[in-house]
Design a protein around this ligand. Sequence first.
Ligand code: SAH
Ligand code: SF4
Ligand code: F3S
Length: 437
Amino acid sequence: MPRVYIKTFGCQMNEYDSGKMRALLGKDGFETTEELSDADVVLVNTCSIREKPEAKLHSFIGRVLPMKRQRRVIVGIAGCMAQVDGERLYKKYPKVDLVFGPDAVSRIGEMVATAQTRRVLDTEFLGEEGYPFPSDVDPESAHRVGAFVTIQKGCDNRCTFCIVPATRGDEVSRPIAEVLAEVSALVAQGVKEITLIGQNVNSYGLKIPNHPTFADLLRAVSAVPGVEMIRFTTSHPRDLGDDVIACYRDLPNLASHLHLPVQSGSDRVLRRMKRFYTRAHYLDVIRKLREARPDFVATTDIISGFPGESEADFDETMSLLEAVRFHASFSFNYSPRPGTAALRLLDDAVPDSVAQARLERFQARQREIAIEEHARLVGTVQRVLVEGPSAHDDGVVCGRTSTFKTVNFPGEAALTGSWVNVRITRGFANTLRGEAE
Ligand code: SAH
Ligand code: SF4
Ligand code: F3S
């Protein structure tokens, strides 16, 4: 059997797309390999959200291309960098056989076949009408407790810092029947936890009259027999309506956690980012979520050093962290992206050292808050969905609470996929330790 090796950078969308490529190539007789040296086809699924993830492509390709001197191997660059920079990559790496964007994933089989005889560059955006969401399920999900299910592709927002609209195209909602069919197929394979993914899941269906909304979709997925936990990502604070908040009151298998990227605590910066919500609105959404679900936990994304951000603006981000007490966050320095509107603001660029100092201030306080929140859980009993043996410790298993806490505790691998009541004995910055009751 021919073998394919897939390297994935970037977010859940890319992980999901890589799974679809595994599934589609599987139908053509490929098996996946974890060994680069075994592969007949090597695909790298790229990310261009910031400059740093982009650098990873070049170092990976630098390792792979020399393999071609020894044997025949097809090398492909997929994903967001390929979409926005395909032509340049195609020219820069004449030994690369395939360059294609996210919209071409459904055609991976034909592209790999064509690449046997000639090079392929495919960065066409497909229209919204009849957008082909592949329905084949990633073969690896059979071994997993949780799986992603895409509900939407692309993004119609234009946050001024963000390259995603250029890499993923316009927003298209996946038909609800297809989403439910994929959820059922995953549950039949033993998956217990479903994470619905999209760039702005709250706008699901809104472009089409009488289409089910995201809240309708949540209720429908929640009712699929065998779905024990539902998560979703990513939400935009402007579009998260009371109908979705009501789901936190009504749906017991909806997780007590939401990742709600705020980016900044300053209204002035939020305006310049074109996020179209205010700090007060964000705080109001968090308050309502807590009313609906008393143990609700929020996590977020922060950008430090957006052009024009003053020390006072960043103090607002720090005070938002105190007001919400996020349990975790992804925080990065602003990275200018080609073609984005924020490039016009670069006259006001924040010096790197200033951005970095702000970032470190934020991360240090975030870490303290996480440790404080986790210390409060010591002595409590948490329900944990076991995901499998710990990667680091023999005889220890690892799982997650509804609130998205990673919990490690002594236990057998056979517990994978079951719920265990765990008494928490220690809290760390990112994980909890405990003992089964
Ligand atoms: N659709 C999601 C975000 C997707 S990008 C949303 O709207 O919330 C994931 C995160 O990357 C963003 O939340 C943002 O914090 C970060 N990000 C995006 N572009 C960036 C840039 N140019 N520089 C630094 N961080 C960026
Ligand atoms: Fe980017 Fe904004 Fe769309 Fe998120 S909502 S993907 S940050 S443009
Ligand atoms: Fe990166 Fe594309 Fe995701 S740019 S963050 S892989 S949508």
